[in-house]
Design a protein around this ligand. Structure first.
Ligand code: ACK
Length: 305
C-alpha cells in the first residue's frame, strides 16, 4: 500500500542542547504528564520556547507510541495540528521536541474554575471549528489519511491566539481509502470519548474520531466533562443530557451556565449542539464525515433534523 512506510525525516537535537534548555529536566520545568512520560518546558539558546516530551525508560508501550508519534507527526502540517521541531535519541534518552503552546490544554480551560480562564462563546466556537478542520485534514486532505483514535480535551493544545492544535499521535493509524473499518484487540483510548463500536468490539474508522469529536463539542459547549462515563452509561452521560434537552426544544440550556447571559449567538449554539448530536449517534454510518461537520457548523448547508 505504501502507506506510512517511508522513513521519517525530522531534525535531530543534541541531548546537551535539550539538557541546557530544560535546566537538566528540573522539576520546576515540568508542565505535566503526557501519554508516555513527563513534559517539560525548555528555552533554547536563541530564546525559542519548546515543549519536550520525555519517554519514561520502562514503558514498552511508550516505545511504540514514541515511534508512531514521530512517523506520523513529522509528515503532517496544518495550522490545527501541533508542530514537532525535532527529536533526540541518545543513549537511554528518547525525546520529542515541539513548539511551546503557552495556553496549555483545552481541558484546563473548559473544566477549570478559574474565572480568568473561562472562554466566551465566540472563542469556544473558534476552537470547535479549528478542531474540526484539523480532523478534515487528518482524515482526507493529508497524504496519510489518518485516524487519530485518542481525541479528547487533554490532547487539544491552545496557542497564544486560542487556536486549537491537535496533539498526541501515539496511537493514530493510517487507513486505506477503500477500507471501511479496521479491528484491533488492544482497545486503547480514553473512557468517555470512545465510540461504542470501538469500546465494545475494537472496531475503529474515521467515524470513531467523529464520535469523539462530538463528545468534545458537547463538552466545550457545556463546560462539563464526559470522562467519568463509560459507553454503557449513555443515558446518564452528556449525550443523554444533550439529547433530552434537544427533544424538548431546550438545547440552549446545555450551554455552560457561566455564559448564558453573555452569549449573543443562541442559534449558533443550538446549531453546534445539533451537529454534536449527529456525531455521537450509535451507528457509525449515521455519523457525518468531518468535512460535512465543518460545512454544517458554518451554516453552509442544512443540519438534518
Ligand atoms: O494542560 P497542560 O498544561 O498542557 O498539561 C498538559 C501536559 O503537558 C501533558 O500533556 C502540556 N503540554 C503538552 N504539549 C505541550 C506543548 N507543546 N506546549 C505546551 N504545553 C504542552 C499539556
Amino acid at each position: 500500500s505504501g502507506c506510512c512506510t517511508e522513513e521519517f525525516e525530522i531534525p535531530l537535537f543534541d541531548l546537551s542542547t535539550i539538557m541546557n534548555a530544560t535546566n537538566n529536566f528540573s522539576v520546576n520545568r515540568k508542565i505535566g504528564e503526557g501519554g508516555f512520560g513527563p513534559v517539560y518546558k525548555g528555552i533554547l539558546e536563541q530564546g525559542q520556547e519548546i515543549a519536550v516530551k520525555r519517554l519514561s525508560k520502562t514503558s514498552k508501550q511508550g516505545e511504540v507510541e514514541f515511534k508512531n508519534e514521530v512517523v506520523y507527526i513529522s509528515k503532517l502540517q496544518h495550522r490545527n495540528l501541533v508542530k514537532i521541531l525535532g527529536c533526540c535519541i541518545e543513549g537511554e534518552e528518547k525525546l520529542l521536541i515541539y513548539e511551546y503552546l503557552p495556553n496549555g490544554s483545552l481541558d484546563s480551560f473548559i473544566f477549570g474554575n478559574g474565572q480568568s480562564r473561562i472562554l466566551d462563546w465566540p472563542k469556544r466556537f473558534h476552537i470547535i471549528n479549528g478542531i474540526a478542520r484539523g480532523l478534515v485534514y487528518l482524515h482526507q486532505d493529508s497524504q496519510l489519511r489518518i485516524i487519530h483514535r485518542d481525541l479528547k480535551a487533554n490532547n487539544i493544545l491552545l496557542d497564544n491566539d486560542m487556536n486549537p492544535k491537535i496533539s498526541d499521535f501515539g496511537i493514530a493509524r493510517c487507513y486505506e481509502e477503500d477500507e471501511h473499518a479496521a479491528r484491533t484487540n488492544r482497545i486503547i483510548g480514553t473512557y468517555g470519548y470512545l465510540s461504542p463500536e470501538y469500546a465494545l468490539y475494537g472496531v475503529y474508522s474515521v467515524k470513531s474520531d467523529v464520535f469523539s469529536f462530538g463528545i468534545l463539542l458537547l463538552e466545550i459547549v457545556s463546560g462539563k466533562s464526559n470522562r467519568k462515563f463509560s459507553p454503557s452509561d449513555l443515558n446518564l452521560s452528556l449525550i443523554g443530557h444533550a439529547w433530552e434537552l434537544y427533544k424538548e426544544g431546550r438545547s440552549i440550556e446545555l450551554l455552560d451556565e457561566r455564559l448564558r447571559d453573555s452569549c449573543f449567538a443562541p442559534q449558533e449554539v443550538v446549531r453546534s449542539i445539533c451537529v454534536g448530536l449527529l456525531c455521537v449517534q450509535q451507528r457509525p454510518d449515521d455519523r457525518p464525515s468531518m468535512s460535512s461537520v465543518v460545512i454544517m457548523l458554518n451554516n453552509e448547508g442544512p443540519v438534518p433534523q
